[in-house]
Write a protein that binds this ligand. Structure first.
Ligand code: PNS
Length: 159
C-alpha cells in the first residue's frame, strides 16, 4: 500500500492549540502529515517564516510522521510534489464554512485527485484563532491553554 500523505496547510501565525488538535486528528487519517506553511502570504505576518517553522518544529519535531515545510504557489502543486492525496483543514464555526468551501472547490477543480477533508477541533478551541491570540498577547492577556508553551513564550517576549 502506498503511503497516505496529508497536507495541513495554513499561515500558522502563530500555531494555536486548535491547530495542534487538528494536526493530531489528521495523524490518525494519514501515514504522514506535512504541516505546510504558506510562504508568500499577502497578510504581513507577525512571525517570520523561519520563526514559524522553528516554533512548529520545536512542538512537533519529535514525531517522525509529521514534517514541517513551507510552500509558495498553488497548494495543489505542492500536494502533487509532496505525493499528498489529502488536504486537511479545520472547521470551527459556520463562519469558516464559506471561505473553506470556496477553497476546497477551487482546489478540487485544479486537482480532482486531491481530496479536502474538514476536521473539527475540541469544542474548547472553537473560538481560538491566531488573530485573537495575537490580540490578547498584544494587550497583555493570559494565553495559558490557548497556544503551546513554545508559542506563548515567544509571544510574551515579543510584546
Ligand atoms: O491559515 P490560512 O491563512 O487560512 O491558510 C490559507 C491557505 C494557506 C491554506 C491558502 O491561502 C492557500 O492554500 N494558499 C495557496 C494559494 C492557492 O493554492 N490558492 C488557490 C486555492 S484557493
Amino acid at each position: 500500500m502506498p503511503e497516505r500523505v496529508a497536507l495541513y496547510p495554513g499561515s500558522f501565525d502563530p500555531l494555536t492549540n486548535g491547530h495542534l488538535d487538528i494536526l493530531w486528528r489528521a495523524r490518525r487519517l494519514a501515514d504522514r502529515v506535512v504541516v505546510s506553511i504558506l510562504e508568500n502570504d499577502a497578510k504581513t505576518p507577525l512571525f517570520s517564516l523561519r520563526d514559524r517553522i522553528a516554533m512548529i518544529q520545536e512542538i512537533v519535531g519529535g514525531d517522525p510522521a509529521v514534517d514541517v515545510r513551507s510552500f509558495s504557489g498553488l497548494l495543489v502543486d505542492f500536494a502533487k510534489s509532496s505525493h499528498a492525496s489529502l488536504i486537511v483543514r479545520g472547521l470551527r464555526a459556520i463562519s469558516d464554512y464559506e471561505y473553506e468551501l470556496q477553497m476546497a472547490l477551487m482546489n478540487r477543480r485544479l486537482s480532482p485527485e486531491v481530496e479536502t477533508v474538514f476536521l473539527m477541533a475540541k469544542e474548547e478551541y472553537s473560538y481560538v484563532s491566531s488573530r485573537l491570540v495575537k490580540e490578547v498577547a498584544r494587550l497583555g492577556g493570559d494565553l495559558t491553554g490557548l497556544v503551546p508553551e513554545a508559542v506563548r513564550g515567544r509571544l510574551v517576549a515579543l510584546f
